[in-house]
Design a protein around this ligand. Structure first.
Ligand code: TRP
Ligand code: ZN
Length: 852
């Protein structure tokens, strides 16, 4: 069981051996690829044994300085002793890419070879020091048959190629930048290739290449445009240029995550590359732009400066998410992008932070590293960077970035090194701020305000409460608290950022004629929860007049959530449900506001999901919540029926993502409330020339449980059965159906010709989406939802542990549910725990959940 033991940050030791260069010779065969790895080792701690990581390898031979050398094979390690201070180590291994369903290391995706080495996948290719603080330069020779594998790719620059006997060929790549092995990549296959180029600010000409499956060239343009935009933006906003002569992106069907920033050779999930208007929605286009940006930005924040150890993952991920969010905000709508980011924190990260997997953005202990590519490390990590940006301002923040690169280019460093650079460049004390890296859980700010009419003084008392997850002896955090004060008729009176640093703190403001309306924690200036007794009229004022568009959205979320919870409580007390007419009026005003960006209006009028609502409370009566939410939605839609329909008609035919967003938000609300004429959905489905509108029509028919839903689903399936990424959307709709046949329908669909348990995108669409986005069926009172997920987790445990551990999340977040549901969820988790070959990935999550 030693494999299942946690590793701790406090046990970090610098490596005894370093590796200056690695020559890798990869001779590709589907079931028996031969890898010869020749590394130059150095040590200043001569006498220590060398322990190399390895996993699932067949060892052929070991040579030191050209001669066979004695070794010992331990579980997961190869041990060599009595080594000199400098030596060359040659190791030959054999691996089985075709049999690799975990999609880590070297594997095959639809006939092409590709790799995924982050976090600890390189050890499935050869024995190595598989840790991010060992940096070497790579020279890689790839050999494969000419037929089927015309492209042989790796990191860096192509330096040699040639023909070989037996209809084989080879290419040699050289990467001049020292890198850790998690950034190694290799691809071999046949692709369509889209080519372009970019000239950097200092005049370097960079060849840009996007490789996609044959027949998909027309779907690669948006990714290429996004790449050029990203390169231009990073020069303009951060002064950062690309550093090699070539930048390649390869899109593959089988991929565990979104994409991977391997040096000069990014590997992407096809979902984040392929798009045309017929097959991709406006949201898909936006997602591609942001992921292409994210991977590109890693070239500086991740590759040129990398992590000392995996506990520091947020050093590169939090920072790079912050950078991709800023990119999306600079080239698109800042408010809409901010709202999206806030929703991820409130709806997913808060849940993680209060559940069994709660961890600080720099975790202190880890069993399986793959389990820590989380919304906490990525998205809360980005909020922590954003708070530093708020505290320092753009200019000093950029000075901090410059200093960070000046100090650490080419190094593997820690989160502390980053904060120190920010501190030193700005002169701003971040000592208390550093607690954000150590303390898990979401702080709550309790706020009481008061207005004294005689003196015209307004005061805010803020008390900071830390949750149990923050750990024993947790200290108050440094929280930048953005505040806008408005007059009752919505004029902005003042805006500022308060430094909240104490457990209890009071702020006073003078010179008011009447009590101001406070917009608190504006734009979500810190990832914390607020407890404040908002009044309906205050929320309505904010929703209509706050100068921040994000604050207007937040006020709407608060307003509608309060209405839903009031009815949830009414049901519990056996009282009748009601909806204050002012709520509908506020929504009407938003709908009719011609000044508002329609994409923002679409956000403001949408009703929070059941999962989002659950995150607002400590415990929930699930059936009452579902009932109350549906009541409020129906009341609102009934009240606004005319306006929703006329707004819909006004926007039909306007060809912009913003107009489509609002039009389809109106459609969704009408459909869910059972108020949409079938003919309207049918005509949008039939006349639409783009996926955004056809999918919205289909989703409306399904959500409204219309008679035509099955017919339309059938037509969609017939048209798109051979386009996997579109079938994913169809699987998501099927897994999201509200009727009680959903679990059995999902079982039947798992035998659909377009479905495969080996493909992570398919699994996420049919199984993952069911658990994460269909709470009504997942949390069915009879437990059928939990059983369904468990059934598939058992199959996935053996096939792809990473994906299994990702989609188990809703099953481990049981704390807010009633005892009966909790009992059923825990029974499923116990069943998983007894699996004979339970993966480390699932073991960590399931055992932490059951230990609660
Ligand atoms: N570093 C990648 C990113 O954020 C994430 C990633 C891609 C990943 N594939 C992975 C992480 C596999 C763990 C395992 O851009
Ligand atoms: Zn990343």
């Amino acid at each position: 069981m030693s494999e299942l033991q946690a590793k701790h940050l406090k046990d970090y030791l610098a490596p005894a051996f370093t590796i200056s260069t690695l020559a890798l010779d990869v001779n590709l065969f589907p079931n028996a690829t031969r890898v010869i790895a020749t590394s130059e080792f150095n040590t200043e701690r001569q006498g220590e044994p060398l322990l190399l990581d390895g996993d699932g390898l067949k060892l052929i031979s070991v040579k030191v300085d050209g001669k066979p050398y004695a070794y010992e094979l331990l579980p997961g390690q190869l041990k060599l002793v009595n080594l000199p201070a400098h030596f060359s180590l040659e190791i030959e291994t054999e691996i089985d890419p075709l049999g690799n369903t975990s999609l880590e290391g070297l594997y095959m995706s639809d006939g092409a070879y590709c790799t995924q080495c982050e976090a600890e996948g390189f050890r499935r290719i050869t024995y190595f020091l598989d840790r991010p603080d060992v940096l070497a330069t790579y020279r890689v020779r790839v050999e494969a048959p000419k037929a089927g594998f015309p492209y042989l790719l790796s990191n860096g620059n192509k330096v040699d190629s040639g023909e070989l006997p037996g209809e084989r060929h080879f290419v040699v790549w050289d990467d001049p930048f020292p890198k850790p092995c998690y950034l190694f990549a290799l691809v071999a296959g046949d692709f369509d290739l889209l080519e372009d180029s970019f000239t950097t600010a200092s005049g370097r000409n960079v060849a840009l290449q996007v490789f996609v499956d044959k027949g998909n060239l027309h779907k690669a343009h948006h990714a290429m445009v996004s790449l050029k935009k990203s390169m231009e933006w990073d020069e303009r906003r951060f002064g950062l240029e690309y550093d090699l002569d070539i930048y390649m992106i390869v899109a593959v069907d089988f991929f565990n995550m979104g994409a991977m920033e391997n040096k000069g050779l990014n590997i992407f999930n096809t979902k984040y590359v392929l798009a045309d208007v017929e097959t991709a929605t406006d949201d898909d286009f936006h997602g591609i732009e942001s992921v292409v940006g994210h991977e590109y930005f890693h070239n500086w924040t991740g590759n040129r400066v990398t992590c000392r150890d995996w506990f520091q993952l947020s050093l590169k991920e939090g920072l790079t998410v912050f950078r991709d969010q800023e990119f999306s905000s600079d080239v698109g709508s800042r408010a809409v992008n901010r709202i999206q980011a806030i929703e991820v924190i409130k709806n997913q990260q808060f849940a993680e932070d209060s559940g069994p997997m709660a961890h600080p953005i720099r975790p202190q202990s880890v069993i399986e590293m793959n389990n820590f590519y989380t919304v906490t490390v990525y998205n809360k990590g980005a909020e922590v960077i954003r708070m530093m940006h708020t505290l320092l301002g753009e200019e000093k923040f950029q000075a901090g970035m410059k200093l960070y690169f000046a100090r650490h280019d080419g190094q593997a460093v820690t989160c502390d090194d980053f904060v120190a650079a920010m501190e030193d460049a700005s002169g701003i004390d971040l000592s208390q701020f550093r607690l954000w890296y150590n303390q898990a859980g979401t702080p709550t700010l309790k706020i009481v305000d008061d207005f004294d009419a005689d003196s015209g003084r307004y005061s805010l008392s803020i008390s900071q409460q830390l949750p149990a997850q923050a750990g024993e002896g947790a200290k108050p955090m440094h929280i930048p608290f953005a505040l806008e004060l408005l007059s009752a008729d919505g004029k902005s009176l003042s805006s500022q950022v308060l430094d909240v640093k104490l457990a209890e703190q009071r702020f006073e403001f003078t010179g008011f004629d009447a009590k101001p309306v406070a917009s608190l924690l504006q734009d979500f200036s810190a990832p914390v929860k607020l407890e404040y007794d908002f009044g309906t009229s205050q929320l309505i004022t904010l929703m209509r007049h706050a100068s921040s568009e994000v604050a207007r959205w937040e006020a709407s979320v608060n307003l509608i959530s309060r209405a839903i919870w009031a009815n949830h409580d009414a049901l519990g007390a056996g009282e009748a449900m009601v909806l204050d007419g002012r709520v509908a009026d506020a929504f009407r005003a938003t709908l009719l506001d011609e000044e508002l960006d329609p994409a923002l209006a679409a956000r403001i009028i949408s009703i929070p999901s059941i999962n989002a609502l659950i995150e607002q409370v400590a415990s929930v009566s699930f059936d009452h919540l579902v009932h109350a939410r549906h009541y409020v939605l129906e009341e609102l839609a009934a009240n606004l029926e005319d306006e929703l329909l006329s707004k819909y008609r006004e926007l039909v035919g306007i060809d912009s993502p913003e107009a489509r967003a609002l039009k389809n938000a109106c459609l969704a609300m009408l459909c869910r409330a059972g108020l949409c004429p079938e003919a309207l959905v049918q005509s949008q489905f039939e006349q639409s020339l783009n996926m955004t509108d056809s999918l919205a029509a289909l989703a409306g028919a399904v959500a409204g449980e219309m008679d035509i839903a099955d017919e339309l689903l059938g037509r969609f399936e017939a048209r798109w059965k051979d386009t996997p990424l579109v079938m994913d959307k169809w699987f998501v709709l099927q897994s999201g159906r509200q009727d009680n046949d959903t679990p059995s329908r999902i079982r039947a669909l798992s035998h659909h010709p377009a479905f495969s348990l080996q493909n992570p995108n398919r699994v996420r669409s049919l199984i993952g989406a069911f658990a994460a986005a269909n709470p009504v069926q997942f949390h069915r009172a009879d437990g059928e939802g939990y059983k369904l997920l468990t059934e598939y987790l058992i199959k996935l445990n053996g096939l792809n542990p990473q994906v299994a551990a990702r989609i188990v999340t809703p099953l481990i977040q049981f704390a807010k549910f009633d005892a009966k549901r909790q009992g059923m969820m825990k029974a499923c988790l116990n069943e998983l725990l007894t699996l004979p070959e339970l993966s480390r990935d699932l073991f960590e999550k399931v055992s932490k959940a059951l230990a609660q």
